[in-house]
Ligand binder design. Structure first.
Ligand SMILES: Nc1ncnc2c1ncn2[C@@H]1O[C@H](COP(=O)(O)OP(=O)(O)OP(=O)(O)O)[C@@H](O)[C@H]1O
Length: 783
């Protein structure tokens, strides 16, 4: 069937007319609802008869209040519903669709002409769908099939048929600017156009150009765990966000946005991706960094090193005498051997080894640690660990009751009684008068008053103790964790061959840090694991979906942890092992170990090989940097070949970069990033390049993605992208070690349109065998 742009424009005009009518209707409705809410709030008490004279009056008052609250809640939610609909209509008002398919279902002869957009639009009768939501079952054909036989899944089963035509549109301000028949065009013009645009302060949605393999991720709902390994720029983050939007549509009757959580690498990344869902007319999910979670759970007792300080140490402290110990320590503590060792250790504690803290009151030990230990181990051994611990807690609570009685008679209580305020005394007096039928002038009354006051004083003092006992704070977790690093205990946890190199030194180092109440990053999760195994897991059952982006930097511990933390959730894990820059992931090359989390039946893996962020020339270069990089396919978008400029010294380097940035600014790139190996290098570079106007230094606590010319350490650039990337110093001296390959690759793959590398002296060995048709190598001088 032939369609032309005029007819399609007519259809667009009709849809826009419908939308503007609906906007008017919903505006009136929303305003009315708003008035209702204001009215109920304003007159909330007017309609309630406050009468507490008799029980029936009291009941009537309560019922009236409840009724008013219910009315308010209904009005608020209808107002919200109208308001959300209005926002959605306004969002799509000027560009209501981006695609069309003509589909004939098997067994019928009618061609359904389906226009697809960000949200569903029906005609005034509410019966005819003018625009299908991109997440509707039939819309999947648009993403999954070229013209020919096609099918889509519905709750009632698979629908098969023939896809005759497929069009893509660019619509701006209500006008169709271009329209492509994808039967005829070669390549994806719209995708070319989108990817060729400059960078933005925030990531945008991709629903008009979702690719087939990405659609598989977005719509996958089969197992408990979906693992996505994807090349840099292959759309993992995008797929994760559109997947969340898909869930919110598919399960709209039962799922709220705050029942979904996305773990992201840092605050800047969170801010960068925070506009995608609102752009799609959906509320944002919760976002969290794992570090935040750790701090929330542990920082009352410890200071915790953050992952960036850990990385910075590893990048910049290679001369430190403890460097090798620390490195070995990180690797061991992130391994599954350590994870299972801790589990074994906890099991062993059932028989021996528990350490408790004595209970002190007013500086005196009232129950000693030894007594608690004895009590724990003399409890019925057939009871499980947690039940035994509960019994100890109950026993301690009783001991505290006993202490309360004894303390009430002590002289310090009498002294404190003298200090009570008039109000406090009055309160007790009133209480006594109300509850007891005792003559106010009698001795009995006096005795009772004294008793109440003493109890009040002692209880107040014992309150924190009771709270601590209830929270199992009498278990000495720090000492228990420290024991793991004592020879007498560690020998019972691990087999001889499990011990890593530098074990003695690791033990010394860890014990020393614990004594200073400081936790290394690599100790934080194992410490928390041990704490939870002993005190019981504090899980969050309301979360239904957990998504972990940049998952390559999480350890086995962290995955286990997140799984236990959200026991009812389905998990989506997205990452790229070639960008694994955390020190504990040095030897990881895939996500296979994750299968054990939920078992192979519940786990699905999808690989994304095609990269969309960068030009073909940049991809052809970056894939040379990693093993098996040839598997990565470039999207066919042309650009310039990356350039490596060798300079003789730092003065020359800065002169070259400054002049190059001026040229790049003339090209009007919104973002030019000068990427450094570490924060230390970034800080030096920033000071030497300050002649660049508006230069900004990005630090670990920067919480907003910024445009302009930036100096940024490579590990903070993870997950984001820049129009032009300048690798500050790709020399052998800076990137000489093999373990920096992935960091170097991560830095280079941030470039969308332009990539330039500098090297003071000899370049990194990573660049050694790259052919001149892929990397343009120039000797010093201005480029
Ligand atoms: N189907 C698509 N249509 C339009 N743009 C896309 C598509 N897929 C990816 N992109 C764009 O490609 C860029 C990279 O996407 P994204 O950040 O999601 O990739 P990633 O795999 O998470 O990258 P990295 O691993 O490097 O962080 C973004 O600008 C994104 O908008």
């Amino acid at each position: 069937m032939n369609i032309d742009i005029k007819n399609e424009q007519k259809y667009l005009d009709k849809v826009m007319e419908t939308i503007s009518m609906q906007i008017k209707e919903v505006e009136v409705n929303a305003a009315k609802r708003k008035e209702d809410v204001i009215h109920i709030r304003k007159h909330f008490w007017d309609d309630i008869k406050m009468n507490m004279d008799t029980f029936d009056d009291f009941l009537e008052t309560i019922i009236g209040m409840r009724q008013q609250t219910q009315d308010l809640s209904v009005s608020q939610s209808t107002h919200k519903h109208a308001y959300d609909r209005l926002s959605k209509l306004k969002l799509i008002e000027k560009s209501p669709f981006f695609g069309r398919i003509d589909f004939v279902e098997d067994g019928t002869s009618n061609s359904e002409n389906i226009h697809i957009g960000v949200a569903t639009i029906t005609d005034e009768t509410n019966e005819l769908i003018l625009i299908y939501d991109w997440r509707a079952p039939i819309s999947s054909i648009y993403y999954d099939y070229p013209p020919g036989p096609a099918e889509y899944a519905t709750p009632e089963g698979i629908i098969r048929g023939e896809l005759y035509n497929k069009w893509q549109y660019t619509i701006k301000n209500g006008v169709i600017e271009s329209m492509f028949d994808t039967n005829l065009t070669i390549g994806d013009e719209i995708l070319q156009e989108v990817l060729g645009d400059g960078s933005n302060k925030h990531m945008h949605h991709i629903v008009a150009t979702i690719q087939k393999e990405q659609n598989k991720i977005i719509r996958n709902v089969s197992g408990r765990l979906l693992v996505v390994q994807g090349a840099a720029g292959s759309g993992k983050t995008s797929a994760a966000l559109q997947r969340i939007a898909y869930f919110l549509y598919k399960y709209r009757e039962t799922l709220q946005a705050d029942q979904i959580i996305l773990f992201s690498p840092n605050a800047m990344f969170s801010n960068y991706v925070s506009h995608v869902l609102p752009e799609l007319g959906e509320e944002n999910m919760q976002q969290e960094t794992f570090q935040n979670y750790l701090e929330h759970r542990l920082n009352r007792s410890f200071t915790i090193e953050d992952p960036y300080d850990q990385l910075e140490y590893l990048l910049e402290s290679t001369d430190n005498p403890l460097y090798q110990t620390r490195k070995a320590s990180i690797q061991f503590k992130s391994s599954s051997v350590f994870f299972h060792g801790i589990k074994r250790y906890r099991e062993a504690l059932e028989l021996t080894g528990m350490v408790f803290k004595g209970i002190k009151f007013r500086g005196v030990t009232v129950v000693s640690a030894k007594q608690i230990t004895e009590r724990f181990y003399t409890n019925d051994p057939s009871l499980n660990f947690h039940n035994r611990m509960d019994q100890v807690r109950d026993w301690l609570m009783k001991e505290i009751d006993h202490i309360e009685k004894i303390e009430m008679k002590k002289s310090w209580v009498r002294e404190e009684m003298e200090l009570l305020s008039k109000e406090e005394l009055q309160k007790v007096l009133t209480q006594l008068k109300e509850n007891d039928d005792v003559d106010e002038s009698s001795f009995e009354f006096y005795d009772k008053e004294e008793q109440i006051l003493s109890r009040m004083i002692v209880r107040r003092k014992l309150k924190p103790l009771r709270r601590k006992v209830a929270a199992l704070k009498f278990i000495n977790i720090k000492r228990l964790y420290k024991q793991i690093f004592e020879e007498s205990v560690s020998a019972t946890i691990w087999n001889e061959h499990d011990f890593p190199a530098y074990w003695r030194e690791i033990c010394l180092l860890t014990r020393g840090m614990l004594d200073e109440d400081h936790l290394f990053q690599e100790d934080a999760t194992p410490f928390l694991l041990l704490k939870e195994l002993i005190q019981g897991f504090q899980s969050n059952t309301s979360i239904k979906y957990v998504l972990i982006d940049e998952a390559q930097d999480y350890s086995v511990f962290q995955f286990e942890f997140i799984k236990q933390l959200f026991p009812r959730a389905r998990m989506t894990v997205l990452g790229d092992f070639n960008q694994a820059i955390s020190p504990h992931t040095d030897h990881f090359t895939d996500f296979h170990s994750l299968t054990s989390l939920y078992g192979s039946d519940e786990t699905e893996q999808i690989t994304l090989d095609r990269s969309y962020r960068s030009t073909k020339q940049i991809i052809e270069f970056t894939r040379e940097l990693i093993p098996e990089g040839e598997q990565i396919q470039a999207f066919n978008r042309e650009g310039e070949k990356p350039v490596l400029v060798r300079v003789t010294d730092h003065a020359d380097l800065h002169k070259n970069i400054i002049s190059n940035v001026v040229k790049l600014q003339e090209r009007e790139y919104p973002t030019i990033a000068i990427i450094c190996k570490s924060a230390a290098e970034a800080s030096c570079a920033y000071h030497s390049l300050r002649a660049i106007q508006g230069l900004k230094l990005i630090k670990k606590n920067t919480d907003e993605y910024q445009q302009g010319v930036l100096v940024i350490p490579a590990y903070l650039a993870k997950g984001i992208e820049f129009d032009s990337v300048i690798i500050y110093n790709a020399s052998n001296q800076v990137y000489g070690e093999e373990n920096l390959r992935r960091l170097f690759y991560t830095a280079c793959t941030r470039a969308m349109h332009h990539l330039q590398l500098y090297s003071v002296g000899d370049p990194s060995p990573f660049l050694k065998n790259i052919q001149s048709d892929i990397l343009d190598i120039r000797q010093e001088g201005f480029c």
